[in-house]
Design a protein around this ligand. Structure first.
Ligand SMILES: *Cc1c(COP(=O)(O)O)cnc(C)c1O
Length: 222
């Protein structure tokens, strides 16, 4: 048992408002370290690669109450596995992928929870809807009735100063509010998945409901 992971988790957990869900991002982390986080009370784990997650999920089958969150860019050919193996997909980043996931969810008889990934500022290194694209795709997304669209996910571009990062997170919250006020029957905007190790305090300040923390819990990845 790695006591430093345990202690870091206990300490960060106690610093977060109880309404914020802490997702431990376990990409490039061993099953053993995941067990340690589990022992510290974590039940939500985030992975960004299907293949890597599959191996660890098999090693952790004796821990049945884990909620798995997919947070990486999802290629269409991995969409089926993502739906089969994850309860949440935070990184639905375009309409075509949403429609594909909707078809698969219907076929498989499941209703995955999803977040729509949005780029508040332009960022060539990330996928996601721009704000105008997302607003114009809402009628089509509202047709994805099997998916449980729960909210938005965003990652600010790297290199911003804290006030700019805070502004990105605030704009994301305001966008969710604007969408919610349109009252789409099949689009909920209750969740804001925002905040990583370097910026989660700003995200919480802006109203994040889920933070995705890796390095600050598990240490530097290789
Ligand atoms: C890797 C990753 C995280 C965690 O990043 P840390 O900086 O290690 O906390 C969160 N969200 C996404 C989408 C990631 O890919």
């Amino acid at each position: 048992m790695n006591s430093s992971i345990y202690e870091r988790i206990v300490s960060i957990r106690s610093s977060l408002p109880t309404s914020v869900k802490l997702i431990a991002v376990s990409k490039q982390v061993t099953a053993e370290a995941i067990r340690c986080a589990y022992a510290a009370g974590i039940r939500d784990f985030g992975e960004s690669r299907i293949q890597e997650a599959t191996i660890k999920q098999a090693q952790l089958q004796d821990l049945p109450d884990i909620t798995w969150h997919f947070i990486g860019h999802l290629q269409s050919n991995k969409a089926k596995k993502a739906i089969e193996q994850f309860h949440w997909i935070h990184s639905v980043d375009n309409l075509k992928l949403a429609v594909r996931l909707e078809q698969l969810a219907q076929q498989l008889g499941v209703s995955p929870q999803v977040c729509l990934q949005v780029k508040i500022l332009p960022d060539p290194n990330k996928s996601g809807w721009t704000v105008p694209e997302l607003l114009s795709d809402l009628p089509a997304l509202n047709q994805c009735k099997t998916l449980q669209i729960q909210g938005l996910m965003t990652i600010p571009p790297s290199g911003l100063a804290d006030p700019e990062i805070l502004s990105v997170f605030n704009q994301c919250r305001e966008l969710a509010k604007e969408i919610q006020e349109q009252n789409w029957p099949h689009i909920k905007m209750q969740q804001l998945s925002m905040g990583m190790s370097g910026d989660y305090e700003l995200a919480v300040q802006a109203g994040a409901t889920m933070v995705r923390l890796g390095t600050i819990l598990f240490g530097d990845r290789l």
